[in-house]
Design a protein around this ligand. Structure first.
Ligand code: ATP
Ligand code: MG
Length: 368
């Protein structure tokens, strides 16, 4: 089969489609990736020679469980924990490669996947599959978040798909296969009919919220339809993060989190006291990080996203080059060697926030 057929486009469209792909190299191999979806091809789709690795689709969100779940699913659905990390696809194309959401090979994640995950038996049995995983934990270059069960960086595999077509493995079979190969998976909250699932998700969300966790992903048992729903704690963490860099995150980002809180407070039938408590939490998430950032700029300290990474010197080097190539400015705050690994703490400098905050601190004005 040729490339056009593999990508699912007509032969005469191929050239135009390929123009939208960006060329990159990893370990001397050239590949192409699609940074935003085009002609129905998902963002993050990768071409390596004749091999296609499909992008991971966007998961719709529901705001009201009681009406949303039965409207979306016409049969039983599986409920699993949604983790807050970064999306990775792992495929074996003459060697294990780990792709980020946009289809870059991430040098850091690739090394972690090769060295800390036992992938060989799985890919021997399923050579054409890709593992879709959330990489979580405090030590990673993209989304650092504490999980008590993860001390550096770890993966939770939430999907196994055919890498070329993107077709998912049915949920129960996927759980079984991953279990058999001893690969880590997200927590599991069972399979339920849509009506019954409403109460299960509500209860699960309350427990997850108490534990400071992100939320759930629901899936039809064939794995094809997915839906997400998140906890109030996560909305506040998102807001706190965005407002620590107020001029980097768009207003849409903030608005969407506020709306989620509004619908959740109503659906969970909260008392006046509970709503006041939620309002309090929201206010703190909005104001405190912003104050800290304005003070940091005033004190001349670097502002941006802070990350710690731990890997071989080559992987760390590869990652820092990779970030620089994407136009990200990095300031290293601490560096040490532990066993064979290089541990680096750095800030992805946020020029927009620093410049705007400086401008206002120096008396700049705004038309509004
Ligand atoms: P998009 O809107 O394109 O999906 P996003 O980064 O805004 O991107 P999220 O709100 O984080 O998406 O939700 C979708 C992502 O959640 C998935 O792409 C995946 O990386 C992550 N995820 C974490 N746990 C799971 C899980 N159990 N099942 C499916 N996805 C999960
Ligand atoms: Mg996420």
């Amino acid at each position: 089969m040729d490339r056009a057929a593999r990508l699912g486009v007509d032969e005469d469209e191929l050239e135009e489609v390929l123009e939208h792909f960006t060329r990159a190299t990893y370990e001397g191999r050239t590949y192409q990736h699609l940074s935003s979806s085009f002609r129905g091809i998902e963002r993050g789709t990768v071409l390596l020679g004749d091999v296609v690795v499909r992008g991971f689709p966007s998961i719709p969100r529901v705001l009201v469980l009681e009406t949303g779940i039965p409207a979306y699913f016409d049969g039983p659905l599986a409920i699993e924990e949604k983790l807050n990390g970064y999306n990775v696809r792992i495929a074996d194309v003459d060697g294990v490669l780990a792709f980020t959401r946009g289809g870059h090979v991430c040098p850091y994640t690739t090394q972690v996947a090769r060295e800390r995950m036992a992938l060989e038996p799985f890919f021997q049995a399923h050579p054409e599959a890709m593992l879709c995983a959330e990489f979580v934990g405090p030590e990673n270059p993209y989304t650092a978040h504490e999980y008590p069960e993860v001390d550096s960086v770890g993966s939770r595999i939430f999907d196994v798909r055919d890498r070329e077509t993107g077709t998912p493995m049915p949920v129960e079979r996927r759980r079984e296969v991953l279990d058999r190969f001893d690969l880590p998976q997200p927590d599991w909250f069972g399979i339920h009919d849509p009506e019954a699932a409403v109460a299960v998700v509500e209860e699960t969300i309350e427990t997850l919220a108490d534990r400071g966790r992100e939320g759930v992903v629901m899936q039809s048992v064939d794995g094809r339809d997915m839906l997400k729903y998140t906890t109030g704690v996560q909305h506040r963490k998102d807001l706190a993060f965005a407002l620590s860099l107020p001029f980097d995150y768009g207003r849409d980002f903030l608005f969407s989190r506020l709306i989620r809180e509004g619908f959740q407070a109503v659906e969970f039938e909260e008392s006046e006291a509970e709503i006041r408590e939620r309002a309090h939490g929201l206010g703190e998430a909005i104001l405190e990080p912003m104050v800290a950032t304005i003070r940091a700029v005033r004190a001349g300290e670097p502002v941006g996203e802070r990350h710690t990474i731990r890997a071989s010197p080559e992987a760390v080097e590869g990652l820092l080059d990779h970030l620089a190539a994407q136009g990200i400015t990095i300031e290293i705050e601490a560096e040490r060697t532990v066993d064979e690994d290089r541990v680096v703490e750095f800030v992805k400098i946020s020029n927009a926030t620093r410049d705007k905050v400086e401008y206002f601190l120096e008396g700049g004005t705004i038309d509004e």
